[in-house]
Design a binder for this molecule. Sequence first.
Ligand SMILES: [Mg+2]
Length: 350
Amino acid sequence: MQIKYWSTELKLAHTWTIASGVATGGGTNLSPVAIVQLSGDDGTIGLGESAPASRYKESVHGALDFLAKVDARKLSFDNIEASMKYLETVAPGQFSAKSAINIALLDGASRKAGKALYDYLGLGFHDKHHVTSFSIGIDKPDIIRKKVLAAEQYPVLKLKVGSPDDKANMAALREAAPTKWVRVDANEGWKTKEHALEMIEWLATDGHIQFIEQPMPAGTDPKDLAWLKARSPLPLIADEAYHTAKDVAHCVDCYHGVNVKLCKNVWVSNAYEELQAARKAGLQTMIGCMIETSILISAAAHLAELCNYLDIDGNILITNDPYIGVTAEKGLLSFASAPEKLGLRVQARS
Ligand SMILES: [Mg+2]
């Protein structure tokens, strides 16, 4: 097995701002990711991607440093479990770099099996059933209005909140899309339970809000989160608070559902387990993303059958995606036009 890796700068259509700050590119419209390519001795190729989040103290620089330490001879498409155990001996943390290798291993393994990854995982993929939301970052109300009009083809929006303009931004969204379904993501932006409840009750009067994602900081006293859950008129989804299946019990007490992301610390193999664990515990499930190419977005789409909600729009927020995979016309995820039939169903754009 050989490994190649490189970083690439994704160009965002808009500067991406969320409650925890300008999330990418230091206020520019650039967001870096690292791409991994594994080549087996029989010529099988596997692609993966790392989109590290500063929220979890990870960076592309750190991911590349980690990848440089990996001895590819110890990786195998035929034994993913042992390969992942080896990666744990290379260095702790670096979850998004490990996720990139896990995805590349699964891409190669499913190609070798002659299957698309969703079939290799035993899940299948039902075209026309899976709708992704389209995210609108924090901005000024007049820009929000323009972004919402430009997103006309997407039936579900996700509005980022947690700024002093929350109510004005929601009003601007409604001017442009009066009755569209909206998911609201506070990204830990509401700091007291009273303020969070006031905002949620206000949002509930809209009538077309599906749920609220991570209303308060992940480290908030669970008693306060349980207080909020007991009173919230809208479902609450844990994102920054959900990392491993060990968090399921906490999330049952404090939230109605969980958002899994491949780069957060759950690569595809773990995400599969963690979505199943959450469903078993009666939690709603969602899969989300960072700013990513079609490699990571397609990898997440292969898990769609395990999710109540999909928020995998990172590749449609950028203007220079180097790969082709799952598409999201009118928000409907589809592999129907993907030229590649096996593995992740992703290939480089020519
Ligand atoms: Mg979120």
